[in-house]
Design a protein. Structure first.
Length: 250
């Protein structure tokens, strides 16, 4: 066998090995479909979806929020958050829904998972009429494995509304005599503007925490000034109003 022939054979063998490796790699990726449904009465910001290798959220309760997570929850801007996640070594996949999700609407997106036994799927989105509330969902490895082995056909879970801690809880201003609401947010044209005006900056270092809902006295005062219909569109349960449905993609 000539040297030329040996070189040609070696090239063929290397190419074959690379092709086999690429096929095995592609087969190792499990594809899931995540459907996000907005069950609230307000629009949601475009959502950020990611797969993390250690099974933990990138915005755990009790932690100091990142700049990107803060921007997402306070303005709906997802770009900084996307860049943070892409630069996080524990994050293996990042995607987005790109457009707001209106009340009653759903968005579906493909999620790629390399190792369902060790990874988890997460999404984050802003409740659009709030000043600092994100809806977050974490779907753990047990759910991914159950779907992969067809133990379950789909996993459905509601979000957990959380705050970044950047603002104090909105309350009726000190000195205002309830139920006299004439002096409540005198310059605010609507209930959402008033609610945001009453959410004062938190000068202490804020930490991510669960949303506990608005005080009933505040809701009553807002309804008296702006009407029940307008105020009800600002409310959502502390158990979440966003449904996440995950299933194996065929």
């Amino acid at each position: 066998m000539t040297t030329r022939n040996r070189t040609t054979i070696m090239r063929i063998l290397v190419a074959t090995c690379l092709a086999v490796s690429a096929t095995a790699f592609a087969q190792a990726i499990e594809k899931y479909e995540l459907t996000i449904t907005n069950g609230s009465q307000m629009p949601l910001s475009p959502a950020v979806i990611y797969v993390k290798g250690d099974g933990l959220s990138a915005a755990p309760i009790g932690s100091v929020p990142s700049v990107g997570f803060t921007q997402l929850c306070q303005t709906g801007n997802r770009m900084t958050r996307m860049n943070e996640l892409k630069s996080n070594a524990a994050v293996k996949f990042v995607a987005e829904t790109t457009t707001p999700i209106l009340p009653g609407e759903s968005r579906s997106i493909e999620v790629q998972v390399m190792n369902p036994r060790q990874q988890s799927v997460h999404f984050e989105t802003m409740y659009g009429k709030t000043k600092d509330v994100c809806g977050v969902v974490s779907l753990n490895s047990h759910s991914l494995v159950a779907l992969k082995h067809h133990v379950s056909s789909e996993i459905i879970q509601n979000d957990h509304p959380v705050l970044t801690g950047g603002f104090k809880e909105p309350v009726i201003p000190t000195g205002m005599v309830y139920p006299d609401v004439d002096e409540l947010c005198p310059s605010a044209k609507d209930a959402v503007s008033c609610l945001r005006e009453l959410s004062l900056p938190n000068r202490d270092q804020g930490k991510i925490r669960f949303f506990a809902g608005y005080f009933p006295s505040l809701i009553n005062a807002l309804e008296m000034k702006y009407g029940e219909f307008q105020v009800q569109s600002l409310l959502f349960p502390v158990s979440g109003a966003i449904q996440a449905k995950l299933k194996l993609k065929h």
